[in-house]
Design a protein around this ligand. Sequence first.
Ligand code: ADP
Ligand code: MG
Length: 319
Amino acid sequence: MNEFDIIAEIFAPLAHHPGAFGLKDDAAVLPARPGFDLVITTDQIAEGTDFFAFDPAASVAQKALRVNLSDLAAKGAVPEFYLLVLALPQSMDLAWLQDFAAGLAEDQKRFGVTLLGGDTASTEGPLSITVTAFGTVPEGKILKRGGATVGDAVYVTGYIGDSAGGLAIFKREKHALSEPQRDDLIAHYRLPEPPVDFGARLRDLASASVDVSDGLLADLGHIASAAHVGMTIDADTIPRSEALRAFWGDGIEAILRAATGGDDYQIAFTASPVREAEIIAAAQGVTVTRIGTVTAGEGVELRHKDQVVSVPKPGYRHF
Ligand code: ADP
Ligand code: MG
């Protein structure tokens, strides 16, 4: 199959919007929508860095899409469209691409998004997948990092650290987990579950919000520096799954690993504490945990049993 066959047979069936022209034109067109802002984000995942060659093609596709949906959710946007850029090694086979597209088809239904276009090229290097995702918010309503104010409470969705735990298992760290516990952690590494619908519901509740992708403490640091505030986080309140606690325990070292590991794709946000009842009502099945307070000052202070914990490396860095 050449790239034109790949586009026509594998990807055109995913392009439902009339403005995508069935992927038969040079570009797609979207009518401008009065009263709404377009929120745009892009993220790349690469074999060996963000997924393994032996991961199922469908989950690789879904991870590529979901790491972007997580950014949109953190901005309060409703996801609508995406572009897909593939750098494929020559050895890529048709069955892999079909499974990849099936994974996308499933997530398109689940998250209400549709493919608008992309680019397909071969590479001598590892397989790399770049998605650019587009979402909408009512005009002016994007949730930014910079809106936190002193006295706000700090919250995070879901569990933190499961993905880092799954990666540690792939890297052969010793464990005494049951099979379901192990599978649970690996599943979180392969397939993030960003709280997409909750993001849109947060729009009028949160003061600031960030996607947790590089490590909870590093990403909270982005809110703190954007808003020119400090933050105190209570280590014991950082939500960790039963499987992760069985793996690493409950000591401060375990909490630090979880809070700096990255790949969580949850939302960390701040809000006035008077909104807490509304936030709980908006959660609708999403776990939301209060983990700290916005303070005057700068940086993120992690406290454990009334001691300040030093955090040598708050998150993942590529370079
Ligand atoms: P060009 O040579 O101008 O880059 P392409 O042949 O790459 O054109 O693209 C033709 C059409 O196919 C365009 O609409 C483009 O958006 C779409 N397309 C190419 N690759 C992909 C892909 N991986 N996923 C989705 N759409 C794609
Ligand atoms: Mg092209």
